[in-house]
Design a protein. Structure first.
Ligand code: NAD
Length: 483
């Protein structure tokens, strides 16, 4: 039932930072899986480019090791060798001139050329400028940039400006890997491919919406980076905001990159500033056996949040008065990402108060298992009179689509293939990113002005008590965090 794989056109993919963590964990294993799926044509070339000295053979060894380590299933020698035949390496200094002539000579005329900037954002300008200077930035060229795209509005604007000096907006692919997830795209299919939901998708029928992205891990080895960022910058400004946009946006006229992105932008612009008492920030506390957030980041007085919960409002005709409760955090009870659309009670219960209040909930799970559940109210079986219960209409994609569903590409694979195909629908446009920062900046500035200190929460919990109160005050409750 999974659609047929159509090979993409011949391409040269240059991965700047090709020896780095992201390239080894995600990009290269993802490319290998697309090769195995038959999507990569014979003429495809992958060129790693980084600061360390390697020849082609050594780099192939690094790539092979990365695939053995990070691919879910161990690769077979034959296909892996065949894939590695397509791989080469150029030692390059993003800030100097070393390696650039070599790279220019390897990039072929006539093939699509994609340049993946898998390096820190401080190098984006240097790379863009040199691609231009060394004649590689032709019309067929496209660049892929990773998060974080800026630290605030000013830095995001500066990045947009520096990239715009050398590339058109239609050549710039800003990755948010959440948008590459199968279920996230399915959100659009469910909303706009069915008659069933869209008429109800508004303030009149929806009581509220919840978005939860919960992790069980702490900041791990990323403490230094994370402490300068926090949950708001690291998760809300990009991933959660994108999910909210897809849930809240108006139907675009077409499934076309600018039509979709125009509608998402309107949602971000319609977001009201969040009241300080509608925000709860938290930091995970130490346990008897493990350190807390401040131990992990080695900053005993850190005020960075590892958890945030917010009540947000989209101020437009469709959503006036409907709260969007959004939360994300580390070291929580379970690893799960879920969007829940909670519908209103029926206007009148013919079964009387003893039947209890029941609500339809459409819950969309993004991880760990992608799928959807619609809870519907039915009669409890048996002779006990008209008692109502809620039962789930479950649609696990793995079950519904059969074993082939396991071959659905992961987010990075899909997005890289979209870059080669020239489809920007699932990438953020520059104005979207800036609008998201324009909404985020004053909230963060408010915390700084007030010296706001995050509330401690227990590792393995659902976050600080105040987060529970955020919904309880409105007579609502968060859905349980469970995987
Ligand atoms: P990394 O430190 O592991 O790798 C950096 C790479 O850049 C190395 O290959 C290094 O050789 C190369 N490099 C550094 N300076 C260079 C220079 N002057 N010239 C040429 N090459 C140079 O970093 P990473 O974790 O792979 O992250 C890369 C980017 O992706 C960062 O912007 C990061 O924020 C982002 N990102 C990473 C992850 C992840 O899971 N690792 C997830 C999301 C986003």
């Amino acid at each position: 039932m999974v659609s047929r794989v159509i090979p993409v056109d011949p391409f040269d993919l240059v991965i700047f930072g090709g020896t780095g963590d992201l390239a080894r964990r995600k990009i290269l294993p993802g490319l290998y899986r697309r090769y195995l799926a038959g999507q990569m044509p014979e003429e495809a070339r992958i060129i790693g480019a980084a600061r360390t000295e390697h020849d082609d053979a050594e780099y192939r060894g690094i790539v092979g090791d990365a695939i053995r380590e990070f691919n879910d299933t161990p690769p077979q020698d034959g296909p892996l060798e065949d894939f590695l035949d397509r791989v080469g390496y150029v030692m390059i200094d993003a800030r100097g001139d070393e390696g650039w002539d070599d790279l220019a000579s390897r990039v072929r005329e006539g093939a699509i050329r994609a340049f993946y900037f898998s390096v820190g954002p401080s190098l984006f300008g240097d790379l863009a400028e040199r691609l231009h200077r060394y004649g590689m930035a032709n019309d067929a060229a496209r660049i892929v940039v990773e998060k974080p795209f800026g630290h605030d509005l000013a830095s995001a604007r500066a990045l947009n400006d520096v990239l715009a000096q050398h590339f058109e907006e239609g050549q710039i692919y800003r990755i948010d890997h959440y948008l590459g997830k199968e279920t996230v795209q399915n959100l659009m299919a469910v909303r706009f491919g069915n008659m069933l939901f869209e008429p109800l998708w508004n303030a009149q029928y929806v009581d509220h919406i919840q978005i939860t992205v919960a992790e069980t891990v702490g900041v791990g080895g990323r403490g230094d980076y994370y402490d300068k960022s926090g949950a708001m910058r690291d998760m809300v400004q990009n991933h959660l905001m994108q999910l909210l946009c897809l849930i809240a946006m108006e139907p675009p006229a077409k499934y076309d990159p600018d039509a979709v992105r125009d509608e998402k932008l309107k949602v971000i612009r319609a977001l009201e500033p969040v009241q300080p008492h509608h925000i709860v920030r938290g930091q995970y506390a130490a346990t008897p056996t493990e350190g807390g957030y401040r131990d992990d980041v080695e900053a005993p007085r850190s005020r960075t949040e590892s958890f945030i919960a917010m009540k947000m409002h989209v101020s437009n005709w469709r959503w006036a008065g409907t709260p969007f409760y959004v939360r994300t955090g580390k070291r929580l009870r379970a690893r799960t990402s879920e969007i829940a659309v909670v519908f209103k009670d029926t206007p009148h219960s013919i079964f009387g108060p003893e039947a209890g209040g029941h609500r339809n909930v459409l819950a969309i799970q993004l991880q760990p298992n992608e799928g959807m559940t619609l809870s519907v109210t039915i009669k409890e079986p048996g002779p006990g009179g008209m008692r109502l219960i809620d039962v789930p209409l479950d649609m696990s994609f793995a079950e519904a689509l059969g074993p082939e569903a396991e071959e659905v590409p992961d987010a990075y694979e899909r997005l890289i293939m979209d870059v080669i195909r020239g489809n920007q629908t699932l990438f953020m446009r520059g104005d979207e990113v800036e609008a998201a920062w324009a909404w985020t900046d004053p909230i963060i500035a408010g915390w700084e002005a007030r010296n706001d200190v995050p509330k401690p929460y227990d590792a393995g919990s659902s976050g600080p008590e105040d987060a529970t109160a955020l919904t309880a005050r409105d007579g609502r409750s968060w859905r349980e965090i469970k995987s």
